[in-house]
Write a protein that binds this ligand. Sequence first.
Ligand code: PLP
Length: 421
Amino acid sequence: MNLQTKAIHSGYEKDSQGTMAVPIYMTTAYEFHDVEHAANLFSLKELGNIYTRLNNPTTDVFEKRFAEVEGGEAALATASGMSSIFYAIANSAEAGDNIICANQLYGGSLTLNGHTFKRFGIESRFFDVHKPEDIEVLIDDKTKVIFFESLTNPSIDVADIEAITAIANKHGILTVVDNTVATPVLCRPFEFGADISVHSTSKYTTGQGLAIGGILVERKGLVEKLKDNPRYPQFNEPDASYHGLVYVDVPLPPFALRARLSLLRDIGAVPSPFNSWLFIQGLETLSLRMKEHSANALKLAEYLESHPIVIKVNYPGLKSNSNYANAQKYFDDGASSGLLSFEVGSLEEAIKIVDATKLYSLVVNIGDTKSIITHPASTTHQQLKPDELVACGVPAGLIRISCGLESIKDLIADIDQALKA
Ligand code: PLP
């Protein structure tokens, strides 16, 4: 089946009512047939519903469907994009270990990796996503994850996924890719050697800014990389917290299984079944929307590039962009999603332009049908000094746009009048 068909049908068998839409199973718990049935479910002799912190039939459809669309083997839906990243790393590393992260990450991931995991005894080492060759010197016996974004937010760079995963595979290290901005419609990281993908489904998956959520996907055949790999004893030795289960010996995808049975069970950042249902609705039209988001963003980027007061436009779909070759290689038809940024001469000029737009909402989100404008230097990156702003690719005059699905003529007309203001 093709991706568009999977996004509409995978993971759902119609119930006895023939319900076309996936039902919302709004329940906390499930009745067992008898004590033996309950015991079998707890010991994994039988698979089934126990309690919605562990699994839920609506969420199950979303997980199976998303995994199919991305070409993975299994998925674990979470309460937010941040919790999916937390689970992916906490499932791989422990106190005393280290992870290697790209510098160009979403701000929340930078603080999670650089500060919060540090408090848990996990060290983060950073590399420039444009220089995968710098990764190898950072690796030692305690390195458990290489983490990066396929299409970075907010710097809008495209990672050379194959170059990074080749280094990781040489050393038997897991790669975790945040594929939120590209989405599985434009980019499928497993085809390029990645092991785990994570997503904020709060963005393009819901598509209309309706709900916070996340998902972690495990590639097919990951068990072979984990089995007898000395870096990952937690998958090869009995889990005392789950009556001695050895994850690589169970005929289920081990990474997602352990994330569910230990992390989801103990930390509990699960989505509401209602939110899973919203994500299922979003997934059904994701491929159409991503084409439109990408087409609108390319036209807007081309318009901005031709404007005399615009110093620079960052959009990987532009031939002039340094990420163009990677976008062509890793994204279907080179379509580069809806995120772009452009630079004008000064902080004051940027603020004037942002305030003069009428159609764009001033919001710190991305991936909505409604176009969004932000000025990082006065919001998300406010605490940085001018030289620090330049160092992390966010000059004071930078404006970021998440291009929505309005008519491109209206989007260009609104920016045009704002640039003249
Ligand atoms: N990853 C990326 C690339 C993001 O842009 C975001 C949020 O903007 C997140 C993760 C975090 O997602 P959430 O807000 O759903 O926790």
